[in-house]
Design a protein around this ligand. Structure first.
Ligand code: TPP
Ligand code: MG
Length: 321
């Protein structure tokens, strides 16, 4: 069970993700964002509960709904904002947008747009740490839709056969753009795939950050001890459209209403209040801190220059110094 300090940290990360994404949506609506805004609203507990379970030397490869994982791993709000605003001051120096950023110093391998492609990459990273006899694990994510790719099969099968320390989280949020899970697979229990690949599998309520954290700790322990990969299916719901341009007209309204009552941020806040783990004053202090950080980060990101044209040619190939 996390300590009170850890509970407050988890709450901070959950609210920081939520409030930062709300800021990104506001900037998108004023036309300042280059490209689309893809939020993980409703799925914050998965990103945070899993990333919070990582140790210092572990590896993480996030997907587009995992802003929370990047924040926990040491990226700051300004990094995400500058990325979305395509500024020269962003981690990719304005060459790539949204969350497509990585930093090996933080153990973060940048996302790849082609769904599924990160799984073989992270299986390879996990093989590398195994060969080096390190006790690190490699964590990555895939959506319900992304499980239908060949890369999902190739990556997970390879990781299973080589017994490498890979933790793969399926974020089952019910939809892959406008395709519901029922049109994605004839067996919607994604967790049973673990058995098919010969790896451990856990199913978890993806809207309960403590349940996700507990499952992630167990999965990482299992992988660290040399028992091979773990598949975690986290059940959740995508609470916005695929991205902000999409109003999700194809999602039944009662489905959204049902999941609103299970909102992971509200639920965790209620839990903290009801168990006496966070006072009203402590909550307000955390929220004030976050709002200050996000506003300041947005100001700094907006002040950052756009990249120069010449800069686009750099960093494409390896550069010797
Ligand atoms: C191989 C591949 N096919 C199609 C796409 C286009 N695409 C991007 S996201 C997406 C839907 C993904 O759904 P899911 O995997 O459930 O993730 P979610 O958006 O729900 O988090 C699609 C079809 C892609 N990026 N890569
Ligand atoms: Mg999905």
């Amino acid at each position: 069970m996390p300590t009170k300090t850890q509970l407050h940290e988890l709450y901070y990360w959950m609210q920081l993700t939520r409030i930062l994404e709300e800021k990104l949506v506001a900037l998108y609506r004023t036309g300042k964002v280059v490209g689309g805004v893809y939020t993980g609203r409703g799925q914050e507990a998965i990103a945070i509960g899993t990333a919070y379970a990582l140790e210092k030397d572990d590896l993480l490869a996030p997907m587009i709904r995992n802003l929370g994982s990047l924040l926990v791993r040491g990226f700051c709000p300004e990094d995400a904002l500058a990325q979305y605003l395509a500024r020269a001051t962003s981690p990719t120096r304005g060459r790539d947008c949204n969350l497509h950023m990585g930093d090996l110093g933080k153990g973060v391998i940048a996302p790849i747009s082609m769904l599924g492609a990160l799984i073989p990459v992270m299986a390879g990273a996990a093989l590398a740490v195994k060969i080096q006899k390190k006790r690190s694990v490699a964590l990555t994510y895939i959506g319900d839709g992304g499980t239908s790719t060949t890369d999902f099969h190739e990556g997970l099968n390879f990781a299973a056969v080589r017994k490498v320390p890979l933790v793969l989280v399926i974020e089952n949020n019910g939809w892959a753009y406008s395709t519901p899970v029922a049109r994605q697979t004839a067996n919607p229990e994604f967790v049973i795939r673990a058995q098919a690949y010969g790896v451990a599998g856990f199913q978890v309520d993806g809207n309960d950050v403590l349940a996700v954290y507990e499952a992630a700790c167990k999965a990482m322990d299992h992988a660290r001890q040399g028992n091979g990969p773990v598949l975690i299916e986290a059940k959740t719901m995508r609470m916005r459209g695929h991205a902000e341009h999409d109003d999700a007209w194809y999602v039944p309204r009662d489905e959204i209403e049902h999941w609103k009552t299970r909102d992971p941020v509200d639920r965790f806040e209620r839990y903290l209040r009801e168990t006496g783990s966070m006072s009203e004053e402590e909550r307000n202090t955390i929220l004030r801190r976050i709002n200050g950080e996000v506003d300041r980060a947005a100001e700094l990101a907006e002040q950052g220059p756009l990249p120069s044209g010449e800069d686009a040619a750099g960093g494409v190939y390896h550069e010797t110094t």
